[in-house]
Design a protein around this ligand. Structure first.
Ligand SMILES: *Cc1c(COP(=O)(O)O)cnc(C)c1O
Length: 271
């Protein structure tokens, strides 16, 4: 059943998400999250094969990365480029492990992303697109990208305002190394499920509208939305990628304000 209007989401990760300590443990958590994905798909009349689970390993040590790999994960999400790069370097012995950068990027780190990442989900400016394009051309690589949209209107969230997305997308065919896959968002952090749902509906509606007028070569099939606490709602509203950290790896030591700074303009995490 859909959560009814006014249903409450619990943002209490510390009580609910114990640390995964063994591969067996991680496998069980993976199975539990997949079961939640399947149930949400059933409610929405969707095929679970159309929803990709992206495990998010940020703040977790290399040992956790290895645990996820042993449990079968072949792509991991990281919010910060340097942390991702460090883990990528440390796990060169693991064949076929790919990395998705899901956090805001500063242009001076584009080079790092171009070198090792396979996916970038937080594209939100032409400056970053240009920097990535230049570096990818040098590396002879290409990158799957998602355009990040701020669907909550919160100043603390990165991403383009919804009304700026159509113009932005029209400019993207100029960047031949960027393979545009779709849109990404972070919903409002709220305990009110219906307000969270509105963010996901906004992203889907925007995607549907853009698809009708998208430039050739610009794929807008994907909707990356939903995290540990809200991915079921996101799936009900059409998510094709869910980014799940704590429900798999355990609660994080750092508060989320570290990732969603009080003032994004400074590009510095709030301490
Ligand atoms: C950390 C993070 C997630 C995962 O959040 P959880 O609450 O750990 O599931 C998803 N998306 C982004 C952009 C993140 O930084």
């Amino acid at each position: 059943m859909r959560p009814s209007v006014g249903a409450v989401l619990h943002h209490d990760p510390h009580g609910r998400y114990p640390e995964a300590l063994t591969v067996e443990d991680f496998r069980n958590k993976l199975a539990a999250v997949r079961a939640r994905i399947d149930a949400a798909c059933r409610r929405a009349g969707r095929d679970p094969a159309d929803v990709r689970l992206l495990p998010v390993s940020k703040t977790k040590p290399e040992a956790s990365v290895r645990m996820a790999y042993a449990a079968g994960c072949r792509m991991l999400g990281e919010n910060k480029v340097q942390e991702a790069h460090r883990k990528w370097e440390a796990t060169q012995d693991l064949g076929g492990l790919r990395w998705s950068i899901i956090g805001h990027l500063q242009t001076n780190k584009a080079r790092m992303v171009a070198r090792f990442a396979d996916e970038f989900q937080a594209l939100d400016s032409l400056r970053v697109a240009e920097a990535l394009e230049r570096r990818l051309q040098v590396e002879g690589r290409s990158l799957d990208v998602f355009v990040q949209v701020n669907t909550s209107g919160e100043a603390s969230k990165y991403g383009l305002a919804p009304e700026d997305v159509p113009g932005f997308v029209r400019a993207l065919p100029a960047f031949s190394a960027l393979r545009v896959r779709g849109l990404m968002t972070l919903a409002l952090f709220s305990s009110e499920a219906e307000r969270v749902r509105q963010c996901f509906i906004l992203l889907r509606t925007l995607r549907d509208r853009l698809r009708q007028s998208a430039p050739t070569g610009i794929g807008l099939d994907e909707l990356s939305m939903g995290m540990s606490d809200d991915f079921e709602i996101a799936i009900e509203e059409g998510a094709t990628v869910v980014r799940v950290g704590q429900a798999l790896f355990g609660a994080r030591p750092l508060p989320d304000s570290h990732y969603w700074p009080a003032n994004p303009e400074t590009e510095e995490p709030r301490s």
